[in-house]
Design a protein around this ligand. Structure first.
Ligand SMILES: [Zn+2]
Length: 302
């Protein structure tokens, strides 16, 4: 094994009894090129070896790059495409916020972990929430602060120094599958939440039909995803840290049609090219598309 890599036990039950589900496909040189591997929406293709815990069923990348390299990757990676989709991501978040407000109608204080460029914080702030964000990527955090005037700190959530029981809501959007120790993130969320506070998060559902049908070609198999949760393992993770899971549902997103075709190049370059060409010719590249890609949304309460 390369010295930058390491074997890890299961994050839920701490066991080491696992079976291999998918072999590694990431080329050796790329597996070590940190900035290419970790650009949030522009990353390399392929995956590390994926194993499944024989005790609790959690699927994860193992062996994998050590935490310090992963952290460096997220802090320094430069994403060339993420911020170009501001409008569509903001539309997705507006719907998500309406869902959150069904559970927390009084609004209050909200912290978004791994908030990227702060699109969700902007949406929540506009709806009169008192918001804060944590984002390791310095470029994205700076963009969010400058563009939306929201409080985003570039530090480690596990070492944030925030006061306990200071938030009504904690959110994780496209984040939990990327972190080395999701149990620690959920534990820290529990500490920060007021009594009966809520956590909302989404994850690519490894138990979804789309995931099972596409096998190792699943679009969420990626060098940046460490964990492949399904509804059962995400529930175990949350319950183990004291949360009550209220609901798990399909998570729909919005992106512009042209961007979806661009991203489709990972699967079929010809279809992608024709799609992008037609979108531009017909001037429908900005058309907002609601789509379900196999993600689930979890609502849990302290
Ligand atoms: Zn386990």
């Amino acid at each position: 094994m390369h010295p930058a890599f390491k074997e890890n036990p299961c994050n839920i039950c701490h066991g080491t009894d696992t079976k291999v589900i998918y072999p590694a496909t990431l080329p050796e040189d790329l597996s070590l090129e940190i900035t290419k591997r970790f650009a949030p929406a522009d990353h390399a293709k392929g995956n590390d070896q994926i194993v499944q815990c024989n005790v609790c069923g959690l699927a994860y990348a193992n062996p994998r790059m050590k935490q310090e390299y992963i952290w460096q990757g997220y802090s320094e990676a430069v994403d060339t495409k993420y911020a170009t989709q501001a409008e569509e991501r903001i539309n997705t978040f507006k719907r998500t916020l309406r869902l959150i407000q069904r559970y927390v109608p009084a609004k209050g204080t909200l912290i978004d972990i791994g908030c990227a460029a702060g699109f969700f914080l902007k949406v929540a702030k506009d709806a009169d929430w008192n918001v804060k964000g944590i984002e390791p990527n310095k470029g994205l955090a700076e963009f969010g602060r400058a563009t939306y005037g929201v409080d985003i700190q570039s530090k480690n959530f596990l070492d944030s120094g925030l006061a306990q029981e200071s938030f009504d809501v904690v959110t994780f959007w496209d984040v939990l599958e990327h972190v080395s120790d999701p149990s620690a993130y959920i534990r820290e969320s529990y500490r920060l939440l007021k009594p009966h506070g809520f956590i909302f998060l989404n994850f690519p559902d490894f138990g979804s039909r789309l995931a099972r049908w596409s096998g190792q070609k699943w679009w969420f198999l990626s060098p940046v995803h460490i964990y492949y949760f399904n509804r059962s393992t995400i529930k175990k993770l949350l319950e183990q840290q004291g949360f009550t899971v209220k609901k798990i549902q399909m998570h729909w997103q919005t992106l512009a049609l042209g961007y979806l075709f661009e991203r489709f190049a990972d699967y079929n370059k010809t279809i992608s090219k024709i799609g992008v060409f037609l979108c531009n010719m017909l001037r429908i590249d900005k058309l907002p598309i609601r789509y379900y890609a196999g993600q689930a949304l979890v609502i849990a309460q302290k």
